[in-house]
Design a protein. Structure first.
Length: 340
């Protein structure tokens, strides 16, 4: 990735009419991409993406990211091909191990890292229109199996969601992007790039071929403190999951246990009160438009290829989207003139 991109992401908890309205709103602004999540127990990501895609004239759209525990690679391939067919701005496919699977009685294919590698290979196999069979450790296709649907006219970019070395290496070999989901921390970018580079060298790809995407909770508003308080509440839901994944951050595990306990008891204000300003800065974009501009710029300077502003965006969400589109994106385009 030679230029810097800006995208927006949505939780899949909306009505069909809301998905369409949000896509029409986003389409008014210069976003490069739109993502929808695939978290349990929300709507599957492809359902929401298919509703939004026809209204996105420029931005590509994708699911970030599909866990093989929830979506079989054959379904990933088929639905991504259909999404590309209805998306004027193009599509991408995200794949990740997923989180909170045990809470919903879903179990990862074993071994899980190999499952991600093979999921990518199965998708590529299907989209290439191949026959002859696929014989992996986790997934197998009979010799006669081939895609019975229209194939994508161009390869669909694949994103791997991970914080870890092993999956980043696989992404360096096979994928187009790595998303560090739930992070706004510039310090982690070079760590992930180092992991990716190991895979790029293994596959004899130029180092830097695979871009790093940084995405996290985002709340922007003229009322800075209100925005940051809403962001604290939103971050508290996933902070106990992601903080242990960041090798550049040292946080007392007991503090994260307290945050998780408050969240589990729906004591959201108590959980938010435990999140310091410093911790919030590492795991969310929050405050005035100028705060988000400066924060995103630090991430681009650290080497991120794409910044993804995640839900809930603002007070209300539509106002935050407008501020992102009217204030944040134009400023970042001016600062980083190579953005396309």
């Amino acid at each position: 990735m030679t230029h810097r991109e800006i995208s927006i992401a949505f939780q899949t908890d909306k009505s069909a009419a809301q998905y369409r309205a949000l896509a029409q709103l986003v389409n008014q602004y210069d976003f490069d991409a739109v993502s929808v999540y695939c978290d349990l127990p929300y709507h599957p990501g492809f359902a929401a993406a298919l509703l939004m895609a026809p209204y996105l004239e420029r931005a590509r759209i994708g699911v970030a990211a599909n866990p093989p525990a929830r979506v079989h690679p054959l379904d990933m391939a088929a639905q991504a091909a259909l999404l590309a067919d209805v998306a004027p701005g193009g599509a991408y496919l995200g794949i990740a191990r997923g989180a909170w699977l045990d809470d919903h009685a879903m179990h990862e294919p074993q071994p899980p890292i190999q499952a991600i590698r093979e999921a990518i290979e199965v998708v590529r196999y299907m989209h290439a229109g191949k026959t002859g069979g696929y014989h992996g450790q986790v997934y197998r296709l009979a010799e006669h199996v081939r895609a019975p649907y229209p194939l994508p006219q161009t390869p669909i970019p694949i994103l791997v969601g991970t914080w870890g070395r092993k999956l980043s290496i696989i992404a360096g070999e096979l994928a187009d992007e790595v998303k560090v989901g739930g992070s706004a921390n510039p310090a982690i970018v070079s760590v992930i790039q180092g992991y990716i580079a190991e895979g790029e060298r293994l596959a004899q790809r130029p180092v830097g071929t695979v871009g790093v995407v940084m995405g996290a909770v985002s709340v922007v508003d003229e009322d800075r403190e209100a925005a940051r308080q809403i962001a604290r509440r939103a971050v508290a839901l996933y902070l106990p999951v992601v903080v242990p994944l960041d090798p550049t951050v040292e946080v007392d595990p007991e503090l994260m246990q307290r945050v998780a306990a408050h969240v589990n008891h729906e004591e959201h204000e108590a959980a938010a009160a435990l999140i310091s300003d410093d911790l919030l800065e590492k795991f969310a974009f929050a405050g005035h438009a100028d705060d988000l501009i400066a924060h995103a710029s630090r991430l681009f300077e650290a080497g991120a290829g794409r910044i993804e502003f995640g839900t809930p965006h603002g007070l209300p969400p539509e106002h935050g989207i407008r501020l992102l589109g009217e204030r944040v994106i134009p400023a970042l385009r001016r600062i980083w003139g190579d953005a396309q």
